[in-house]
Design a protein around this ligand. Structure first.
Ligand code: NAD
Length: 404
């Protein structure tokens, strides 16, 4: 079988611990035998980030901007314990945060679903994709503990000399105050990423805020989404038969629970933080959650939503067998290769992405699964496989489907 040729390099961001081990296994078994892989490789493993003073992370993000498609392995975000473990020069920032700010992107997370793992919410038939605005609001807020009576005010001093001032509260005792912000630029980017992704995946887009209470702040989110939709995306949505739907956040939550799924739910920063954990748990397992960062000008970075699975790595280092689930990492590869194929008009690469995913699903549907899934599966006789066996079973299915 001739290997599939690529024209533009895929930006490959390697990572840490157990996912780094899986990364190599996935490449060796499921990608390299079939695809003449053209990639620009960046080692984002913590030792190399430390060695390059984190320059490698910035370079990789710039490469993703340049070429348009990247695939990333999970990476360690250092804390005090990791400083000692890896003898680091500095507590380097989260690579995902760095990449996100360079790509100015929005993260979309969607669960991989299979018939034998039923979501906790029984009427969900299709995955629900969550899009979280990853800038501002309470995550960039400032706070004051007021420990005596007094007046709190919100003041804006414009560059022009214009001044706006409102009283927040006249305290007759102690209390707390918080100031937060967002920018039209960031909200607009968020809106563009969401509408583009909805068109890309041909799904409805839902967006919700609390603009009945927050008549300026949340209303600005609603208004920007509406304007961006009317101006740039309405026609395309109508052509595809998909819908943009705005509602209040409380109404959205109720409707999500009663829905059949199959749409994108755009969330403000805090809502997205909370709701994405709710969704991934309700759909089954963190190891089955895919994640893609999409920039407003259509650049993509695919990854798994989970971390480096440290506990399994320490077992692996002791020579013990592990049953780490590679699904979300494989789907990062298939998603990135399919997108590369779409952008470069390489039909075989698009089909390869689809077939790789189907081979994974066929493997699970036949009952072969990693430990985290075995107990969740119903209606099939599930057999626990270690990571090697699981990937080998996927390869077998993939070979059959590619030879057809
Ligand atoms: P984690 O996602 O690695 O693990 C959380 C829990 O889920 C663990 O119980 C783990 O065993 C289980 N789990 C996750 N993925 C699994 C898989 N594929 N197969 C089987 N079980 C799986 O998160 P953590 O333990 O909080 O963090 C570990 C490291 O990962 C930290 O250093 C953190 O900085 C990093 N991290 C990276 C990313 C990223 O790069 N996107 C995201 C989260 C955490």
């Amino acid at each position: 079988m001739e290997k599939i040729k690529m024209t533009t390099p895929l930006v490959e961001m390697d990572g840490d611990e157990m996912t780094r081990i899986l990364w190599k296994m996935i490449k060796d078994e499921l990608i390299l035998p079939f695809v003449d892989l053209k990639s620009e490789y960046y080692d984002l493993g913590l030792p190399n980030r430390d060695k390059t003073n984190d320059k490698v992370t910035i370079d990789s993000a710039n490469a993703a901007r340049k070429y348009g498609v990247a695939v990333k392995c999970a990476t360690i975000t250092p804390n005090a314990q990791r400083m000692d473990e890896y003898h680091l020069h500095k507590m380097w920032k989260s690579p995902n945060g760095t990449i996100r700010s360079i790509m100015d992107g929005t993260v979309f997370r969607a669960p991989i679903t299979i018939p034998s793992i039923r979501p906790v919410v029984k009427n969900w038939e299709q995955p629900i994709t969550i899009a979280r605005h990853a800038y501002g609001d309470v995550y960039k807020s400032v706070e004051i503990r007021a420990d005596e009576p007094g007046v709190a005010k919100l003041v804006f001093e414009g560059k022009s000399g214009k001044k706006q001032e409102v009283e927040i509260h006249n305290f007759d005792g102690a209390g707390v105050i918080q100031g937060m912000h967002n920018t039209d630029k960031s909200i607009t980017s968020f809106a563009h990423s969401c509408f583009k992704f909805a068109i890309d995946t041909k799904q409805d887009l839902w967006f919700a805020t609390k603009d009945t209470i927050s008549k300026t702040y949340d209303a600005q989110f609603r208004q920007i989404f509406e304007e961006v939709y009317e101006k740039d995306y309405k026609q395309e949505f109508e052509k595809l038969g998909i819908e943009y739907f705005y509602t209040l956040i409380d109404d959205a939550v109720a409707r999500v629970i009663r829905s059949k799924g199959g749409f994108i739910w755009a969330c403000k920063n805090y809502d997205g933080d909370v709701m994405s954990d709710m969704l991934s748990t309700a759909f089954g397992s963190l190891a089955m959650m895919t994640s893609v960062l999409v920039s407003p000008d259509g650049k993509y970075e695919y990854e798994a939503a989970h971390g480096t699975v440290t506990r399994h790595y320490y077992k692996y280092l002791k020579g013990e067998e592990t049953s780490t689930n590679p699904m979300a990492t494989i789907f990062a590869w298939s998603g990135a290769l399919r997108k590369r194929g779409e952008l470069d008009n390489i039909k075989e690469l698009v089909e390869f992405g689809d077939k790789l995913e189907q081979a994974c699903l066929d493997t699970l549907n036949s009952g072969i699964a990693t430990k985290d899934l075995v107990n969740l599966m119903e209606g099939v006789e599930a057999k626990q496989a270690n990571s090697d066996e699981f990937i080998a079973a996927i390869r077998k299915n993939l070979e059959v489907s590619l030879s057809k």
